[in-house]
Ligand binder design. Structure first.
Ligand SMILES: [Mn+2]
Length: 345
């Protein structure tokens, strides 16, 4: 949690801002963080950050385009130094709220908030922090959505359950909520909606700012037609790939190695669900796009395993948490990489 002082400082920043821009990480935790702050202060625009792993300096153009007087960054673990240099040069205050382990030096002019730095070190999703800041009970559902997306069980779940008993299931396991409940479906719908075309995302954000509860998304109406359409399209392709991967699993040992191609990047969603279904296995889901392969890996101690398997594989990169990483490499090295993994596991 944030301290009382931190909460009041962030509120002060929101108050001072006339036209803030909110940069958010491209997942439901990032989105809900933005929405909670936006609904609270009732001003400003949201911009999804698609560059990975760090937010690059090109995003500063958005600040100029929107004539923003305040920059908020939520749930993004890395920001390029050049971006900050621009902000400092133009004297625009930056407020950065995050919950990842700190990987870079944070410029002194940036107002940085991360419960990892507090006396009692915690990692709760940024959505949860934003909900703590706003304290708006009507946004409780967004707290549940953002937390579930980041595999975190919010202590507000029982309160939400009382309000929407038909949307939840009886569990404290975020993955159960994600795959088996209606509020979990909202999380998955928003995750896919963020992968839609830029103009559809812009419309989705406009729509989401006006929403009052989960039924605004679950019940199809003219304003959310695109979200529903995207979900049914992607969910179909997703389920097909998931079934294929499950068939591969039957023939696999400790490692489930699955690769696919296509313009739809859903490796992280696939590896999460496979990891949920086969918790004792190591998952490696790779998407091949021409000369490059991106991948998502899950399983106990997988970060270290990947780092070892990457020795002698040129132009390979990976990063993330102990049990969940993403990365990329040359497609031509995939077979070699797989062999090394088999040996290591
Ligand atoms: Mn997050």
């Amino acid at each position: 949690m944030l301290t009382k002082i931190q909460v009041s400082q962030i509120k002060e920043h929101l108050d001072k801002a006339q036209n803030p821009v909110f940069f958010f990480d491209n997942d439901a935790d990032g989105l809900c963080s933005f929405l909670i702050l936006r609904k609270f202060c009732e001003k400003g625009k949201g911009v999804q950050v698609k560059s990975y792993p760090s937010m690059n300096k090109d995003y500063f153009r958005k600040v100029e385009e929107l004539k923003a007087d305040y920059i908020f960054i939520v749930d993004k673990p890395l920001v390029e130094k050049d971006f900050f240099d621009e902000a400092e040069k133009t004297n625009i205050p930056v407020v950065w709220i995050d919950h990842h382990e700190i990987q870079i030096e944070i410029p002194s002019f940036v107002h940085y908030y991360n419960p990892v730095l507090n006396k009692t070190k915690t990692h709760e999703p940024v959505t949860h922090l934003c909900y703590q800041i706003s304290g708006r009970k009507e946004d409780l559902w967004l707290d549940i959505v953002g937390c579930t997306s980041d595999k975190f069980f919010s202590e507000n779940y029982s309160e939400f359950k009382k309000l929407f008993p038909e949307l939840v299931i009886d569990t404290e396991e975020p993955f159960d909520i994600l795959y088996k409940s209606q509020i979990g479906k909202v999380v998955r719908m928003l995750g896919f909606a963020l992968k839609d075309t830029t103009s559809n995302v812009v419309n989705m954000l406009k729509f989401m700012i006006k929403t009052k509860g989960p039924y605004d998304i679950l019940e199809e109406k003219s304003e959310n037609k695109a979200i529903h359409k995207r979900f049914s399209q992607m969910d179909k392709r997703y389920t097909k790939l998931l079934d294929k991967a499950k068939a591969v699993e039957k023939k696999s040992g400790k490692l489930l190695f699955f690769q696919y191609s296509g313009d739809m990047s859903i490796s992280s969603e696939l590896s999460n669900e496979l990891c949920y279904t086969f918790p004792e296995k190591i998952m490696l889901i790779a998407r091949v796009t021409g000369p490059t392969a991106t991948f998502s890996a899950r399983g106990k101690g997988v970060r270290e395993i990947i780092a070892k398997a990457f020795e002698n594989i040129p132009d390979s990169r990976s990063g993330g948490h102990e049990d969940a990483v993403g990365g990329k490499m040359k497609s031509e090295d995939l077979d070699k990489f797989r062999e090394r993994l088999e040996k290591l596991i």
